[in-house]
Design a binder for this molecule. Structure first.
Ligand code: DC
Length: 216
């Protein structure tokens, strides 16, 4: 059984790479960001504020999050598209500071990785969720490059967005994710750092696969 952790800031390409590596190695991919997004989405839908910890806790008790065949399921419904908006990215980052949210999701993530080989991406996988993962990577890219990638992705989907707004969102989310008290984003001491600013998707994937094959 192998566990692979990939951490890094939003828009660094973690999920694209993790999916490709999972396919190549024939193991499961767990997108922990999607789990925080699903919680942020439900809070927004129910009008629950991140300041109202009691309501958040009560909501979490009746919340089920799972993955099936590449789909993200929130209370049994597929929410793949709904959670991929800039608003929900901010809501996810805001709810990710709450102890109740983190403890529920981290628990779930550890259970998902208990019985099978996985590649899991997020912010605190190497430092907290799977501290004993066999392979750890920390993927970065400049904020401008990450904003450009996100902007291209959104405009390709027909979304009408401004590059400056995408960059502002990315920088604000970085501040939030790196400065929160509980399990902030940082590189695990034993993680391999990859700056992907001028690397293609296949270059990063090949590099990760070769590190894994070398270490097996
Ligand atoms: O990777 P992403 O952009 O889908 O993540 C959305 C937000 O969820 C991110 O801004 C912070 C939070 N998150 C987290 O706190 N811990 C994780 N392991 C994954 C995501």
């Amino acid at each position: 059984m192998i566990r692979i952790a990939i951490d890094g800031p939003g828009g660094a390409g973690k999920s694209t790479i993790a999916k490709a590596v999972a396919r190549e190695l024939g193991i499961d991919y767990i997108d922990t960001g999607a789990m925080y997004r699903a919680v942020g989405y439900k809070m927004k839908k129910e009008g629950i504020s991140a300041d109202d910890e009691k309501s958040v806790g009560e909501m979490l008790e009746r919340t089920e999050i799972d993955f099936s065949g590449g789909d993200t399921l929130l209370d049994g419904n597929i929410v793949n598209e709904e959670i991929r908006t800039p608003e929900i990215a901010s809501a996810a980052s805001a709810c990710a500071v709450l102890p109740a949210v983190r403890s529920k999701l981290v628990d779930l993530q550890r259970r998902m990785a208990q019985t099978k080989s996985v590649i899991m991406d997020g912010r605190d996988i190497g430092t907290n969720v799977l501290t004993d993962a066999e392979f750890k990577f920390y993927m970065t890219a400049s904020a401008e490059e990450r904003a450009k990638r996100r902007f291209d992705e959104l405009t390709a989907k027909g979304k009408n967005v401004r590059y400056e707004d995408v960059l502002n969102d990315i920088e604000e989310r970085d501040r939030n994710d790196m400065n929160r008290e509980l399990n902030p984003l940082r590189k695990a001491e034993d993680a391999v750092e990859l700056d992907t600013t001028s690397m293609s998707i296949s270059e990063v994937t090949d590099r990760i696969i070769s590190e894994i094959r070398r270490g097996l």
